[in-house]
Design a protein around this ligand. Structure first.
Ligand code: ZN
Length: 219
């Protein structure tokens, strides 16, 4: 895999990409649509960097592994090493950029694993399971008010704002580092709003994040 983080102007971000820490059910309406209880603390799982592909101009999805679902999410790029109990200020300083992400999920496989009480890696960590747009510098962004929208074939399918998150971006960072370290270059996927569904080859995607629009074709 040759994925590397980059900014909107295509300049490469010189940080190694180790892992994406993903948050499950961080929007109430999404938990409900999959018949999951709303969690009392964040649900975390990890995608390795080897999953990642660039959103634009196109990306490939698996064809023979059952339904592939999109989950559009706000991704946070961490710029400092963080560990243990950290302050709100340390968490804020660590956020250097944001991107749009698709947490691709083999939903049929995940449902079977969930029923059996097994880990989700086969459904969440296949090659190409993490799609990332270029990053937008976080300098002037209000992390508590970020809009994200996904359109498929010109129809809006998901729409959310970070103010709807059950656990805010800064509190997620503080929660995660209590359990394991975050390293410079790591990414956090902050959960998906309602509206997840099936992706298929030939779909034309538009992902809107704050002021930016990103386009991709699914192949
Ligand atoms: Zn997700």
């Amino acid at each position: 895999m040759s994925y590397q983080h980059q900014f909107l102007d295509n300049s490469l971000i010189k940080l190694p990409f180790g892992k994406a820490v993903c948050v499950g059910r961080n929007y109430v309406e999404h938990a409900k649509e999959l018949d999951n209880p709303v969690p009392c603390e964040p649900i975390l799982f990890i995608k390795p960097a080897s999953c990642a592909l660039s959103f634009t101009p196109n990306f490939v999805i698996p064809k023979h592994l059952g339904d592939v679902h999109y989950e559009a999410e706000i991704a946070i790029l961490i710029g400092n090493n963080l560990q243990g109990i950290i302050t709100t200020e340390q968490a804020q300083q660590a956020v250097i950029a944001i991107a749009g992400a698709l947490d691709l999920t083999l939903r049929d496989a995940q449902n079977i694993l969930k029923k059996q009480g097994l880990p989700w890696e086969k459904a969440k960590c296949f090659d190409g399971a993490l799609i990332l747009t270029p990053f937008i510098k976080a300098d002037n962004l209000d992390l508590t008010n970020l809009d994200i929208e996904l359109l498929i074939n010109k129809q809006t399918v998901q729409q959310g704002n970070s103010k709807q998150m059950i656990t805010s971006i800064i509190n997620l960072i503080k929660y995660i580092t209590k359990h394991f370290c975050l390293q410079a270059g790591d990414v956090i996927l902050t959960g998906t709003p309602a509206g997840v569904g099936k992706l298929k080859a030939g779909d034309q995607l538009q992902l809107n994040l704050v002021e930016s629009q990103f386009y991709a074709n699914v192949i």
